[in-house]
Structure formats: structure tokens, C-alpha cells
Design a protein around this ligand. Structure first.
Ligand code: DX5
Ligand code: ZN
Length: 219
């Protein structure tokens, strides 16, 4: 996995023109597609599920970074592997046996990600960080696009970077929520590798140009 990546979140795309928005990402400088799957239980919102992920996978030509905001994600690890997910991220708060879940994701040939809610401490990853390919730091409370960035995220990025180095882990740091042109540079300077951006990209006049702008700011 490379560094300093941009992952547009299709949550902010126009679902009636999904193929058009997928092609925008395909033709842009974006690195990954970020797909937000919500179950209405772990988070107070429902987004989309398997049939939509399957249709996206048919057209998307870049890494599929799937973010599961669902309870008991173990039930669906194989399903998402079969659907074409490259990275599968589960929430720390949704896993009773995180270590087992990580092994199960990797045994299906995917990269294993763990997402932390804004209230969840970095230190809780002390014993699993070596088994994690990607840590997704939520910089908003998960469930909705278009929320404001939580400033405390900067210090969490720095703490996570320290932990990764201390434990010789190869985990990438991904930031998810409220990312825009104002905070992007400071986030990568603090140690972030991957920036997810939903509204900032798709609610802009020219999403392809906005992606390029983000890439140039962090490049
Ligand atoms: C929030 C999702 C995010 C969301 C980000 O629960 O995990 O990926 O799409 O959207 P923005 O960039 O609009 O905050
Ligand atoms: Zn997400």
C-alpha cells in the first residue's frame, strides 16, 4: 500500500447517477473508493448493502475500501470478500473478538482495517496494531456525511503514529469525516496516510478537480 492517498466516499455521490460518479473517481487522481455500509443499529442511519456494493465493484477500477458500520461484522466477512472488497474495515466498538475478526478478514485475502469512534482511545490497539493493515480514525461520529471535523483528531493521529512506530506495525492511518482543503495538509503532516472525503468531493462543482486539489495539497 502506498502513502498519502485520497479515498472519495460514495456516500455523498448521487445514487441515481452512481455509474457517472464512479467514472469520475475512475478518471481522477483518487486512489481508492471508500464505501460506507451502515446497518441502522451500530449507527443511526442506513446507507446501502450488498447489491449496491456488487454493482459498484463491477465498474470501480480502483481499490475498494469498505467501511462496515454494522454490529457483529464477522457474519459478513466472506460476503464482502466475494463482492470484491480489497480492504475491509470493522469498528473496534462492534467486535467482541477483534483479533479473531482480523484473522478472518486476512484469511479471505483482504487487508484488515479497524475503525475507532471519536471517543475510543488509541491505546486500545496496543495489542493488535501489528495485526492491523489500516486504522480508520473517525473524525466525526459515524453515521452521516457532511459533519464538521473534530479537532481532537490531530492529536489522535500523532498518538497512533507513535504506537505504530513503537510496535513496528505497517498499519496505514486513514482519516474519515469532515476532511476538506483546510485540514488535509495538517492531517498528513501529523501522520495520516489516507484521507476519506465525501461531501467535500461530491458536493463540489467539479469533483475531479477537487480530488486533484486534495492530492496536490498532501502530495
Ligand atoms: C461517516 C462515513 C464517512 C462519510 C464521510 O460515517 O464513515 O465515510 O462518508 O463524509 P464526509 O467527508 O462528508 O464527512
Ligand atoms: Zn467511512
Amino acid at each position: 500500500m502506498g502513502k498519502r492517498l485520497v479515498a472519495p466516499s460514495l456516500l455523498a455521490a448521487d445514487f441515481a447517477n452512481l455509474q457517472r460518479d464512479i467514472e469520475i473517481v475512475n478518471n481522477s487522481k483518487a486512489d481508492w473508493f471508500h464505501l460506507d455500509v451502515m446497518d441502522g443499529v451500530f449507527v443511526p442511519n442506513i446507507s446501502f448493502g450488498m447489491p449496491v456494493v456488487k454493482s459498484i465493484a463491477k465498474h470501480a477500477k480502483k481499490t475498494l475500501d469498505v467501511h462496515l458500520m454494522i454490529v457483529d461484522p464477522d457474519r459478513y466477512v466472506k460476503t464482502f470478500a466475494d463482492l470484491g472488497a480489497d480492504n475491509l474495515t470493522v469498528h473496534y466498538e462492534a467486535c467482541n473478538h477483534l483479533h479473531r475478526t482480523l484473522q478472518s478478514i486476512k484469511s479471505e485475502g483482504m487487508k484488515a482495517g479497524v475503525a475507532l469512534n471519536p471517543h475510543t482511545s488509541i491505546g486500545l490497539l496496543e495489542d493488535t496494531i501489528q495485526d492491523i493493515d489500516l486504522v480508520c480514525l473517525m473524525s466525526v461520529n459515524p453515521g452521516f456525511g457532511g459533519q464538521s471535523f473534530i479537532e481532537n483528531t490531530y492529536q489522535k493521529v500523532a498518538a497512533l503514529k507513535n504506537l505504530i512506530e513503537k510496535k513496528n506495525s505497517n498499519a496505514l492511518i486513514e482519516i474519515d469525516g469532515g476532511v476538506n482543503a483546510t485540514n488535509a495538509k495538517r492531517l498528513v503532516d501529523s501522520g495520516a496516510d489516507v484521507l476519506v472525503a465525501g461531501s467535500f468531493v461530491f458536493k463540489s462543482e467539479n469533483p475531479e478537480a477537487t480530488i486533484l486539489d486534495l492530492k496536490e495539497r498532501i502530495g
